[in-house]
Design a protein around this ligand. Structure first.
Ligand SMILES: *[C@@H]1O[C@H](CO)[C@@H](O)[C@H](O)[C@H]1NC(C)=O
Length: 174
């Protein structure tokens, strides 16, 4: 009798092992707790902070006329329109009444019409950093002069709502 029980027990153990083994193979997820998915980290949208200014930018020496040579961005408009840039002239001046701002006049063409866009950039204490205030803080444009020789070229990053645009300016008449 004992031998029969032992045999039954062995059979039960074997069946258990088999079913455990098979669920392992067919669908381990059924018998085991699901591995908990880690909450996805939100990508940081501040790469402009990662790109340090190449030098101690002297804003005074940035004033004058700059020509837009090229623009790079992941923005779909620019991707669809290629790198063709409308002739654009940027005139940077320091207003006499404020040491903390930079006056910007941008003359460009849009829909076969000429436009002059007038803007005021706030000068940040960090060299090379400027801000174009939007109607709300999240609509601000952070501007960073990344590299320039003050004379023939300037590389400027613009970041608005996490979208970065890079503009290369030339200063032929400077
Ligand atoms: C640039 O702006 C300043 C100040 O408004 C002005 O005096 C100067 O004539 C402008 N330069 C050009 C080339 O438009």
């Amino acid at each position: 009798m004992a031998a029969v029980w032992r045999c039954m027990l062995a059979l039960v153990v074997l069946m258990c092992l088999c079913s455990w083994g098979s669920t392992q193979v067919i669908g381990g997820a059924q018998s085991r707790p699901r591995p908990q998915r880690r909450p996805r980290k939100k990508p940081k949208v501040e790469p402009i902070d990662v790109i340090p200014p190449a030098q101690n930018i002297d804003i005074e020496r940035m004033t004058g006329i700059w020509y837009l040579l090229n623009t790079a961005s992941k923005c779909s408009y620019l991707i669809n329109h290629g790198t063709k840039v409308e002739p654009t002239v940027m005139n940077l001046t320091r207003p006499a009444d404020s040491s903390q701002t930079l006056s910007v006049s941008i003359k460009t063409r849009h829909n076969h019409q000429c436009w002059e866009i007038l803007q005021v950039y706030d000068i940040s204490p960090t060299p090379g950093r400027l801000t174009l205030k939007g109607p709300r803080p999240e609509l601000n444009t952070d501007i960073m002069i990344s590299d320039t020789d003050y004379d023939s070229y300037a590389v400027i990053f613009y970041q608005k709502r996490g979208q970065i645009t890079l503009k290369l300016y030339g200063g032929f008449l400077k």
